[in-house]
Write a protein that binds this ligand. Structure first.
Ligand SMILES: Cc1cc2nc3c(=O)[nH]c(=O)nc-3n(C[C@H](O)[C@H](O)[C@H](O)COP(=O)(O)OP(=O)(O)OC[C@H]3O[C@@H](n4cnc5c(N)ncnc54)[C@H](O)[C@@H]3O)c2cc1C
Length: 395
């Protein structure tokens, strides 16, 4: 019997395996992923931004884990020779109305223990001459970038060195306390960890965990620039709308120095519908169609304006125009290379009638469940794994 079987070999599943084996080296740990290669979903399709941790409300898991996760990921990258690009981030304002929101963000960051500075236009011009702001901006020196594929490859290697088994092409079709059925058949297991990303709600329901949640996937599209590497020196973000969990279209500097625009936050009909009709599922589309009206009617968000502003971003010209509000030298003809689209595993809470804004980690019978592993789940994975393992119980 395997002691611990982890469903999902994304960064969350691998980080939990890695930490479990560090603390309990005698455990027999297997990670099963339905794909035949690593990082086919969010962990390989994200912006690669090491977030600093200033967006999140101080009592949230996101706030608690991001700053620590940022340092742990940096340490990990240093140990395994994965490059981290220390670009920092500027958050710019587009009008005077956004200045109070910028100051709120600053206060939140300070409460979260994050190094931050309110800067004027002159200092912004020194840090990122291409960015534009209205009077003031925010400077976050601890935000960075790394290549998500390089990180996941290095983490899987460390898990294997510690004795973990990564089993690819193995889909877990059903599970319950003490057992799983994979594509290879029935297995007895001591404990199941649910790190199934876009399918974590389904796995949770097998154990009676998180039954109030419905998946409301949001797609993120990216466009790479043809600018020489390093022309854009810093990540450039707008002030986000505090009522929605997404950060708005921004420009980031990838680990290789290329500038990219995105991601969007467009509602997707299915969890893995990355492009065209591939990945579309009638059952999932039906569930989204039933949940979306509740999101639109929710008093907790400004869903109508979110959707009204996001849908046009399917149009390249519109997306580029938005980005040009932050960096005026952005021209449509310079951002023509599509990046790999990603889909966020965003959950809607049907009891509270709102999007779940935080990570959710819950125990279940002989199982542990990581739900709503949305951004900044890549930055926080190693810190979240420490939390999960610190509270570890096999039953
Ligand atoms: C567009 C986008 C941009 C983002 N940008 C950032 C960023 O810049 N910085 C940041 O910190 N975070 C970012 N995030 C968030 C971050 O990518 C995620 O929080 C993180 O990757 C979640 O990891 P995961 O392991 O939970 O999910 P995943 O990487 O999706 O892994 C889950 C795995 O489970 C497997 N699986 C599912 N069901 C089964 C099953 N039944 N049997 C076997 N295997 C199964 C899947 O194949 C998958 O490989 C972004 C996310 C998106 C979508």
């Amino acid at each position: 019997m395997t002691d611990v079987l982890i469903i999902g070999g994304g960064i969350v599943g691998l980080a939990i395996a890695d930490e479990l084996l560090r603390v309990h080296p005698d455990l027999d740990v297997e990670i099963h992923d339905k794909e035949t290669s690593l990082a086919q979903h969010a962990s390989g399709r994200n912006s690669g931004v090491l977030h600093a941790g200033f967006y999140y409300y101080p009592d949230s898991m996101k706030a608690r884990l991001t700053r620590v996760g940022n340092s742990l990921l940096r340490e990990f990258c240093a140990e395994r020779g994965v490059a981290v690009r220390d670009v920092g981030k500027v958050v710019v304002t587009r009008s005077a109305e956004e200045l109070p929101l910028l100051h709120d963000l600053y206060e939140r960051g300070v409460t979260n223990g994050v190094e931050l500075e309110v800067i004027d236009e002159r200092r912004l011009a020194e840090l990122e001459p291409l960015a534009k702001t209205h009077e003031q901006a925010l400077w976050s020196p601890t935000t960075g970038s790394a290549d998500p594929m390089a990180v996941i490859t290095a983490l899987a290697a460390r898990v294997q060195e510690r004795g973990g088994r990564v089993v690819l092409g193995s889909s877990v079709r059903a599970a319950g306390p003490g057992w799983v059925t994979t594509s290879e058949g029935y297995r007895s297991v001591g404990h199941v960890v649910n790190a199934a990303g876009l399918h974590a709600d389904t796995v949770g329901r097998w154990f009676g965990v998180g039954e109030e949640y419905r998946m409301l996937p949001f797609k993120g599209l990216y466009w790479y620039g043809s600018w020489p590497a390093g022309r854009l020196q810093r990540h450039v973000y707008p002030v986000p709308d505090p009522r929605n969990p997404f950060l708005g279209v921004h420009l980031t500097v990838a680990a290789d120095g290329r500038a990219k625009i995105g991601p969007t936050a467009i509602p997707a009909l299915s969890r893995e519908a990355y492009s065209g009709v591939s990945g579309l599922s009638a059952g999932e589309a039906w569930q989204v169609a039933r949940t979306l009206p509740r999101f639109l009617a929710s008093p907790h968000h400004d869903a109508k304006s979110l959707i009204a502003s996001e849908m046009p971003k399917y149009l390249h010209s519109h997306l580029v125009k938005e980005a040009a509000q932050l960096v005026p030298s952005v021209r449509p003809e310079d951002f023509r290379t599509k990046g790999r689209a990603g889909i966020r595993a965003q959950l809607f809470d049907t009891r509270r009638n709102r999007l779940e804004m935080d990570f959710v980690v819950r125990p279940g019978p002989r199982s542990t469940h990581v739900l709503n592993a949305v951004s900044p789940g890549w930055t926080t994975a190693l810190a979240m794994a420490r939390d999960v393992v610190a509270d570890w119980r096999m039953e």
